[in-house]
Design a protein around this ligand. Structure first.
Ligand SMILES: C[S@@+](CC[C@H](N)C(=O)[O-])C[C@H]1O[C@@H](n2cnc3c(N)ncnc32)[C@H](O)[C@@H]1O
Length: 368
C-alpha cells in the first residue's frame, strides 16, 4: 500500500515557508529552509537531547521551525499512520461527532492523516501541545483546508504541557499519541498512558506510535504490559493476541513508502536514509474486540521466497512466533503479487494454520 502525501498539505507548508524565507521556486524555498530542517532532523537522531522534563521549552518555537518540521516529517507521518489506520477495524459508530484528542499534536501531521482516513465523518477534534506556535500553525492549516477536506470537523486547541492533562469527565472516542512518548521521561509515559486510558469511551481507541529507537530500550513492551495487566485494556494492533509479547527485541514495522515531492528535493541534498519507515505501534481499547473466525498473523521478520512458496516468521493468535509456509497456489494473482512484497508488520488474514513436520513451521491458508 503506497499512500501519496496530499499535495494540498505540502503546498500549504511550502507557502508558509515561502513567506518565512522570501524564496521563489519550491526548490529555492526548500534550499533556504535547509538549516532549520537539518537542525530538527538531527534533534531526533544524531543530536537527540536526553529525555526532556515534562515542562521543557518547546522546540517548535516559531512558525519557521513548524514549517521545517512539517516539510520534513509530516509526509513520513502521513504514510506511517496511514499504514496503522488501514489495519484497524472501522471506527465504531457514534451518535455524536467522533471525539478525537491529539496529545502532543504539534503542527497536526497525525491529525490530518486521521481526518483524511475518516473521510466525511463529523469529528470534534481537540489538539493539545505546549507549543503555541505549533498550535497556531495547526489552526491556520485547519482553517485553510477545512471546507475542502474536512467540512464536518471542528477544532479546539489547548496550549498546555501534557503534565496538565488530567483524566476528567470528558471522554474521547480516539486519543492519538504520535511520536510523543519517546520525548518524555519513562515514569511520565506510564502516568500519561493511564490518564489517556481513563479518558476513553468504552469502545474508544488509544493509538500510540513511536520511532524505533534502539538506544531507548524496549519501552513499548513495558507500556503494553502495563496497559493490559494494570489498565485492563485490549490490544487491537499490532498483536493478534493479548498474551505476553513473544518477540526477543522491540516489536516494530518496517515499511517502504513514496517520498513526497518536497522531500525528494530536500533529500537530494540531505542524503538521509528515508527509504524505510521503522516504527512501533500499539492500539488499545477498553472493551474486548468481538471474536472473529479469521485468524490474524503479523509478519515479524523478513520473508524468504522460493519456487511456489513463501516462508515468513509471524506472531500468531496463540501468542507464539511461528514460521508460516504460504503456498502461492492458495493465492489469486493480486495476492501472489502482494506476497512478493511482504513487509515486516503486515497482517495476514488466515483461514487456518496447520502444523507441519518441523515443529516451528505451519502451513497457512489465506482467508478468502
Ligand atoms: C515529534 S513531535 C510529534 C508531533 C505530532 N504528534 C506529529 O505526529 O506530527 C512531538 C510533539 O510533542 C510535543 N510535546 C513534547 N513534550 C511535551 C509536553 N511535555 N507537553 C506538551 N507537549 C509536548 C512537542 O511540542 C511536539 O509538538
Amino acid at each position: 500500500m503506497h499512500i501519496a502525501y496530499p499535495s494540498e498539505l505540502e503546498a500549504h507548508w511550502l507557502e508558509i515557508a515561502r513567506a518565512e524565507t522570501h524564496g521563489t521556486s519550491p526548490r529555492d524555498i526548500l534550499h533556504r529552509m535547509l538549516p532549520d530542517i537539518v537542525r530538527l532532523a538531527d534533534r531526533f537522531t544524531t543530536a537527540r537531547p536526553p529525555d526532556a522534563a515534562p515542562g521543557a521549552a518547546p522546540y517548535l518555537r516559531d512558525t519557521r521551525s513548524c514549517a521545517a518540521y512539517s516539510l520534513f516529517f509530516a509526509p513520513q507521518t502521513y504514510a506511517r499512520l496511514s499504514h496503522v489506520l488501514a489495519e484497524l477495524p472501522p471506527f465504531p459508530e457514534t451518535a455524536h461527532p467522533l471525539r478525537v484528542l491529539d496529545l502532543g499534536a504539534g503542527t497536526g501531521a497525525a491529525t490530518w492523516t486521521l481526518l483524511d482516513h475518516l473521510g466525511s465523518r463529523p469529528v470534534a477534534l481537540s489538539a493539545w501541545d505546549h507549543s503555541r506556535p505549533a498550535l497556531r500553525c495547526l489552526h491556520d492549516l485547519f482553517s485553510a483546508l477545512r471546507r475542502a477536506r474536512w467540512p464536518d470537523a471542528t477544532l479546539r486547541t489547548t496550549p498546555a504541557p501534557l503534565g496538565d492533562f488530567a483524566a476528567s469527565t470528558e471522554k474521547f472516542d480516539v486519543i492519538l499519541l504520535h511520536y510523543v512518548l519517546n520525548e518524555l521521561p519513562a515514569e511520565f509515559r506510564r502516568s500519561l498512558l493511564s490518564r489517556a486510558a481513563r479518558s476513553l469511551t468504552p469502545n474508544g481507541r488509544l493509538i500510540l506510535c513511536e520511532p524505533l529507537r534502539h538506544d531507548a530500550g524496549d519501552y513499548m513492551r513495558g507500556l503494553r504490559a502495563h496497559a493490559i495487566e494494570e489498565l485492563g485494556l485490549h490490544p487491537l494492533a499490532p498483536c493478534p493476541h493479548a498474551l505476553a509479547c513473544p518477540l526477543d527485541g522491540p516489536c516494530h514495522d518496517v515499511r517502504t513508502w513514496k517520498l513526497s515531492q518536497a522531500l525528494q528535493i530536500l533529500n537530494s541534498v540531505l542524503h538521509r536514509d528515508l527509504r524505510h519507515l521503522a516504527y512501533a505501534l500499539l492500539v488499545l481499547t477498553p472493551n474486548a474486540p468481538p471474536a472473529s473466525d479469521t485468524l490474524r498473523a503479523r509478519v515479524v521478520g523478513s520473508p524468504s521466497h522460493a519456487k511456489g512458496h513463501t516462508v515468513c516468521p509471524a506472531c500468531c493468535s496463540d501468542g507464539q512466533i511461528h514460521r508460516l509456509q504460504l503456498l502461492h497456489r492458495d493465492f489469486d494473482t493480486a495476492g501472489r503479487k502482494d506476497l512478493r512484497h511482504l513487509e515486516r508488520g503486515q497482517v495476514l488474514r488466515l483461514a487456518s494454520l496447520t502444523p507441519l513436520g518441523d515443529p516451528s513451521l505451519f502451513r497457512a491458508i489465506p482467508a478468502t
